[in-house]
Design a protein around this ligand. Structure first.
Ligand code: CU
Length: 106
């Protein structure tokens, strides 16, 4: 019970994860989850957890792309409309682990 309570406090203190938000960590030249499924209106956050490599998130449909994310940087996008949103890291798109997809359910 104590352990559970302190875990909750740690999450709140970090202040990064809120209800309706999904985090994709980037490390070792890969997105840690290649497919994430969310609901319309949800926000996805990508976080560069590398030591020294920068990455980006570039959506295939165009229009939305992150800046080049330096280590420690994060990018967020809120998905209003249901659909499939494939993306790559433009800088490393030849790597299969640097591709991902957000599936937005109604
Ligand atoms: Cu990359």
């Amino acid at each position: 019970m104590l352990r559970f309570a302190s875990g909750v406090l740690a999450v709140l203190a970090a202040g990064t994860v809120q209800a309706g938000e999904t985090v994709v960590s980037i490390a070792n030249y890969r997105y840690d989850r290649q497919t994430v499924v969310v609901k319309a209106g949800d926000t996805v956050e990508w976080r560069n957890d590398e030591k020294r490599t920068s990455h980006d998130i570039t959506f295939m449909e165009g229009g939305a792309a992150s800046e080049r994310l330096m280590p420690g940087d994060a990018f967020r996008r809120t998905f209003a409309a249901p659909g499939r949103y494939p993306y790559v890291c433009e800088a490393h798109k030849e790597r299969p682990e640097m591709k991902g997809e957000v599936v937005v359910e109604p």
